[in-house]
Design a protein around this ligand. Structure first.
Ligand SMILES: [Zn+2]
Length: 268
């Protein structure tokens, strides 16, 4: 298994110069470097998700669980409609949405590559309406659609090894190649579960999230209220803020982009 992975990683690394810079984020059009195949990231996400759900305790609040699933489904449908309408239907092969509410007091939510989204029921102490829940779910869906995990893994590969790894790999120094293989595997594990803080990704996910919200029929103005509550520190918000830092800049950026989000959504 590990051997196959390393061989595949080697192929990926050898292709670095060819595929570097060829990705573009849906909706924003931002160019991104993606060095790992979508399939690889999807499989890693799925494995982590299964492991996580084996240990997790699903919320006993049936009403809230079904709200998470139904709001998630509306947003996912809108997102898929957008992707299909923009010639990006092929992206759906690596997106299989699941929305779960897990019994945990933390005010948090996360998304694994491929669209596996988990909300802790502590979050519902802050997100108190369907629209506010849609703010969070739209944001998490956006992380998956924008392939932020793949981008972070790719950035780590470049930061750690740069172009040097190519020469090493080509000269068949297996020790170095193995080190990269296991390191990248480890990075995937770290990065997939809780996307580490990246302001650029957070703002991008916010923007895409409000577009998807509008498309799904929710009022995207709720995002301003939700993030204001979060930044005011209502409830135990520190966990969520560690992965989703909220401050005035974030809120003003959201406000600035609301009209644009609404006008894009009107076309769908
Ligand atoms: Zn985020």
């Amino acid at each position: 298994m590990r051997k196959i992975f390393i061989v595949r990683m080697l192929a990926v690394l050898m292709a670095v110069t060819v595929i570097a810079g060829c990705g573009a984020v849906p909706l924003t059009g931002r160019k991104q470097v993606l060095l790992v195949s979508d399939q690889e990231v999807y499989e890693a996400g799925l494995t982590q998700y299964k492991d996580y759900m084996k240990e997790a305790k699903v919320s006993s609040n049936a009403k809230a669980s079904s709200m998470v699933k139904s709001v998630g489904k509306k947003l996912a449908d809108a997102t898929e409609k957008y992707l299909k309408a923009n010639g990006l239907g092929a992206e759906l092969s690596n997106l299989e949405w699941e929305f779960n509410l897990v019994a945990d007091d933390q005010v948090n939510a996360f998304c694994l590559p491929g669209g596996k989204i988990v909300v802790y029921d502590g979050l519902l102490t802050v997100a108190q309406s369907e629209a506010e829940l849609a703010v969070v779910l739209g944001h998490e869906i956006a992380h998956a659609v924008a392939k932020h995990s793949n981008e972070r893994i790719s950035q780590q590969i470049l930061a750690r090894y740069g172009q040097a790894i190519l020469a090493q790999a080509l000269s068949n120094k297996s020790e170095m190649v193995q080190a990269v293989g296991s390191s990248v595997f480890g990075l995937g594990a770290q990065i997939g579960l809780m996307l580490p803080y990246s302001r650029k990704h957070e703002y991008e996910a916010d923007y895409m999230g409000i577009v998807f919200m509008e498309m799904a029929g929710y009022d995207s103005e709720s995002a301003v209220g939700f993030w204001t509550k979060m930044s005011a520190g209502g409830g135990n918000t520190s966990d969520f803020l560690s992965t989703h830092p909220s401050d005035n800049k974030r809120i003003s950026e959201l406000k600035r982009r609301l009209p644009e989000a609404k006008s894009i959504a009107e076309k769908y």
